[in-house]
Design a protein around this ligand. Structure first.
Ligand SMILES: O=C(O)CCC(=O)C(=O)O
Length: 329
């Protein structure tokens, strides 16, 4: 278990929506994090109804450049990290990232990625939509996961899935914030979604798929009609937000350029997070505390926080395995 640290106490009176903050003795929430409101009531309702929301031009080009540069820094071992080691000086930037499908949890080791996990505009939107289906929700949000996709040409996508299969929340508030670091097109393997598939809160079963040329090794959700799927083609700097019950997938990159994306996952800060259970933990009370509060209060601040490990994990796929086999690495 990582180290637990206390969090500054605070939170009295009324929250920013005018609801009374109910104080519990010795179980204080954190000091609120203020974020701006960005989207309209219509956009909030669109997200509730459809399970996704596309917000073009949310990030500026200099921010995208910073993210792209940090992808290279990570790949070259430029942040202290147990399993991303320094590459030789003569490795070019493109070469350095050319074998990476996806780095899981880069915000554990990169302060730049952590900065984007906490990006005020992104978190402002999250504070409006993540729990918009819940009565009395106050806009409080926490982050538990980041994933940095490079997805070079010929690299596989991920078969149909719902993120909530991997990261359970107590209240259907899991949400992905998918940051396009390149134009995402059908050709280079953009996101495909089934609008409205989140509505019933049904988690479809999963099985191994038989299409390793198209999809990575993660299992595939099945048991639904996918004829209504739509591609989400977006420009660089666009944010795609999607609910954890929304069925989505992405296909192989058939283009000639990288399809880079940083996707961070968040949920209502009032939901326990019974994720990555440890031996002896009860799912009903487990609450992973390796999280980053990004908006409003953290009602469980009194529990402290688990320090992140100084490592990341690398997702693999057929294209990665073929490269490794061809150079014997
Ligand atoms: O962008 C992709 O290729 C897949 C992203 C995804 O499935 C997710 O973030 O859950």
């Amino acid at each position: 278990m990582g180290q637990r640290s206390p969090h500054p106490l605070g939170g009295t009176g009324k929250n920013r929506r005018g609801n009374p903050i109910i104080k519990t003795m010795n179980f204080e929430a954190s000091t609120p994090i203020e974020v701006p409101k960005i989207v309209s009531e219509e956009q909030v309702q669109f997200f509730v109804d459809n399970g996704y929301l596309v917000v073009p031009d949310l990030l500026a080009m200099d921010e995208i450049t910073e993210l792209r540069q940090d992808t290279v820094t990570l790949a070259k071992g430029g942040h202290p990290c147990d399993n991303l080691k320094a590459l030789p000086d003569d490795v070019s930037d493109a070469e350095a990232i050319s074998r990476i499908l996806c780095i899981h949890q880069p915000h554990f080791v990169s302060p730049i990625i952590e900065k984007y996990v906490k990006h005020p505009k992104i978190c402002g939107i999250l504070s409006q939509i993540a729990g918009a289906h819940l009565p009395y929700w106050d806009g409080s949000v926490k982050c538990m996961q980041s994933m940095l996709f490079v997805k070079p040409p010929n690299f596989q996508g991920q078969a149909w899935h719902q993120d909530e299969i991997y990261i359970p929340t107590r209240d259907r508030s899991l949400i992905g914030a998918w940051i396009a670091m390149d134009d995402a097109t059908v050709e280079n393997g953009c996101l495909w979604i089934l609008p409205g598939s989140h509505r019933r809160g049904y988690l479809y079963p999963q099985k191994a798929h038989e299409n390793p040329d198209e999809f990575d090794f993660a299992e595939e959700s099945y048991g639904f009609d996918d004829s209504g799927e739509v591609p989400v083609e977006v420009k660089t700097g666009t944010l795609v937000f999607f609910n954890g019950y929304l069925l989505h997938r992405s296909r192989k990159n058939r283009g000639r350029t990288f399809r880079r994306v940083l996707v961070n996952h968040y949920c209502n800060a009032w939901s326990l997070l019974p994720w990555s259970l440890r031996e002896g933990e009860r799912p009903a009370s487990a609450d992973r505390r390796c999280i980053v509060p990004v908006s409003g209060v953290d009602p469980y601040a009194w529990k402290g926080y688990d320090a992140p490990p100084k490592n990341v994990s690398l997702r693999t796929c057929k294209a990665v395995q073929e490269m490794e086999a061809s150079d014997g690495s």
